[in-house]
Ligand binder design. Structure first.
Ligand SMILES: Nc1ncnc2c1ncn2[C@@H]1O[C@H](COP(=O)(O)OP(=O)(O)OP(=O)(O)O)[C@@H](O)[C@H]1O
Length: 308
């Protein structure tokens, strides 16, 4: 199946001269949950805004459902729902009116049954007559999602969906997004929260300084996550690693007082038993040892740092 979103060689230089995106290539498949992860200012919102037609690209192209976002803007835009980062300003409108109006904006026929279902799915039905300004922050966020879904888009962009919301609401949002995916909606979310990407996404892209530096299935990133570190606190500091230990690619740290071995915890063999035998044969003794799991956070920080 062709990708539902295809981004090729997309670059953006703002009028200030700042280059926010540098030749980004990215394909999103129909029905996936894709998390775009990156530090502040990495270019996440710029990328989403270009796909949604809010910001013009400097060069490169984007298609949504096969429609070019420049040549065929309306068709492309109709396929997209966007939940912006910022909560909209307080509104005197009711929830029902706001959501129905959004549907109309895209030229969709009035469909009360659909609006009702959307509000029910988002636990907003009881609040249908409430004015938006009277709702809690979490409820307002749900209204933004309902508005974005009102015209039945095939692709939903969520820009930092859970920024500043409490843990419980965050879990609710995750549940909700999964439910949407089950109805066939493709979801692209941006987040700072690694936990969120880990929890939700089928695939994760990491963006840093306007470049996509890795795109991988979550399962594959998880296998990287599976890497562990064994740190040996040595009895006597070493000035260098003995040649016989070279195959283990050890690192000497803390002024020669620690030897660090990194291994694949999911592999059949960790190599630890052999390492300990070889250490003893090389006359290296230790007083203590610890193991630690490298986290997605470390992978992420490492990737982003390498790029600096
Ligand atoms: N209109 C603009 N004019 C000039 N520079 C801009 C403009 N909009 C964004 N930028 C710059 O482009 C870079 C990318 O911004 P963007 O909002 O896309 O990042 P982001 O990854 O979404 O960040 P955050 O996580 O903080 O929302 C930032 O350095 C930002 O200052």
């Amino acid at each position: 199946m062709p990708p539902i979103i295809s981004i090729s060689q997309l670059s953006k230089t703002y009028s200030s001269g700042f280059q926010a995106l540098k030749s980004v290539d990215l394909d999103i498949s129909q029905g996936e949950i894709f998390a775009l992860l990156g530090p502040n200012g990495a270019g996440k919102t710029t990328l989403i805004s270009i796909v949604c037609g809010i910001v013009n690209a400097t060069s490169g192209g984007v298609t949504v459902g096969g429609h070019d976002i420049r040549r065929d803007f309306r068709a492309a835009r109709e396929m997209i729902g966007l939940v912006p980062q910022e909560l909209t300003t307080d509104s005197f409108e009711s929830v029902w009116a706001t959501v129905s109006f959004s549907r109309g904006l895209f030229g969709r026929r009035r469909d009360d049954a659909f609006v009702e279902k959307t509000l029910k799915d988002l636990s907003l039905w009881d609040k249908r007559d409430a004015r938006i300004l009277t709702l809690s922050g979490g409820m307002k966020r749900r209204v933004l999602i309902a508005k974005a879904l009102a015209h039945e888009p095939r692709v939903l962009f969520l820009d930092e969906p859970t920024a500043g919301v409490d843990v419980e609401l965050r879990r609710d949002m995750w549940q909700l997004v999964r439910g949407l995916r089950e109805t066939g909606v493709t979801i692209i979310l941006t987040t700072h929260y690694i936990e969120e990407a880990e929890e939700m996404a089928d695939r994760i892209g990491v963006i840093s300084k306007g470049e996509i530096i890795v795109v991988e299935q979550k399962a594959e990133l998880m296998s990287k996550l599976g890497r562990k570190r064994l740190t040996l606190n040595l009895q006597e500091p070493l000035s260098e690693i003995p040649d016989s230990l070279e195959p283990y690619r050890l690192e000497l740290k803390s002024g020669g007082c620690e030897l660090v071995y990194t291994y694949d915890a999911q592999g059949q063999r960790t190599g630890i038993t052999r390492l300990l035998t070889d250490l003893s044969a090389a006359g290296v003794t230790f007083r203590d040892l610890q193991t630690e799991q490298s986290s997605l956070e470390e992978i992420f920080v490492g990737l982003v740092k390498d790029k600096r």
